[in-house]
Design a protein around this ligand. Sequence first.
Ligand code: URA
Ligand code: CA
Length: 432
Amino acid sequence: MRMVDIIEKKRNGQSLSKQEIDEIIQGYTQNEIPDYQMSALLMTIFYEDMSDQEITDLTIAMANSGDKIDLSMIKGIKVDKHSTGGVGDTTTIVLAPLVASVGVAVAKMSGRGLGHTGGTIDKLESIPKFHVELSNRQFIELVNETGIAITGQSGDLAPADKKMYALRDVTATVDSLPLIASSIMSKKIASGADAIVLDVTTGAGAFMKELSAARRLAKTMVKIGQLANIKTMAIISDMSQPLGEAIGNGLEIIEAIETLNGKGPKDLQEMVYVLGSQMVVLAEKADTLDEARVLLEESIKSGNALKKFKEMIQNQGGDASIVDTPELLADVPYKVELPAKSKGFVQAMDADKIGIAAMMLGAGRKTKEDTIDYNVGIKLHKKIGNPVAKGESLLTIYANQNDLEEVKHLLYQTIHIGATGDEPKLIQEIIT
Ligand code: URA
Ligand code: CA
């Protein structure tokens, strides 16, 4: 079928067949279909939507467009975790060693930061000498021998997604549910996991600002996973404010160490237990979520989880002594408090704006070429719902320069203090 006929078919509200979708994705990946036709199709999908079957066919075609990671050499059930994004999201760095410490094989591929602040790989690079570029062989050997490895993306995973995402970015077709769901799931499927736990965020700092949109995305991705024979579940979590208290690369490693020590912020701790319990059950290391949670809590109490984190750092060439001297990861000349201008309760703070403030300090990249300053960031002392006295510190800014007027202005603008304030519900829904 000619591309123009396929565009017309979709434009007229008909569903595309698996064969048509395969042809489009192959043709586009091989540069046989030009950007202008693909742009027209993407905009048509934006308006006409897709059925679950079409989204699944699109996802599989994209997953098959390049390299696929074969994890079959790793013993046991491989469970992957993915978040649709947030600010100060330290979850993976706590979760990976924690579930590994109770016997779940963790073969994790992570990315660098796309948004305002660093991604998991950037955060891990704040640990001196830590290697994030493992060969496929090293990666698989490490997981088999030690139960855990985290690496940057290798190979040419889902090249169709790379090309389509770049095109969506300049054609106002990023925020289309079938296109987001297939983009995320194609990369997960190409990474070879047997089971996937998804954290779909909602609120100011998330892709999906509205709960209803987050719910639809979560349900669609769970359906795609199941239709592709991968056990998949999702939680919908609040990202109206940053997760935990630390935003910034080194600061988040410190926060991860505190959480693995049982002394982390309670929202991050809860997130890790909820996602971790699901991973432990999917990996068949416990029969029920309650049983799984007890295993995880015991591993933190006994120190096994933190020991696993140390082991992972050592295995990947890093300096594990930082676990005992974490303050070296946020070694800055300026630590500046932000005093509250009035008393009351914190009513709102946009995760997005706080992410931008952290980026302005140097914790994230403005452009792909920027380098990250690992030591800088923001440590929140107050979160939504907390009472605050006039003059009390809302947060500490960790900076390498002392001209902070713009950053302070942005932070004051986004932190609202009023007569009342309700703590948001962290785990909004669970979708299986
Ligand atoms: N994350 C992705 O990987 N793809 C999207 O389309 C949106 C978020
Ligand atoms: Ca955090």
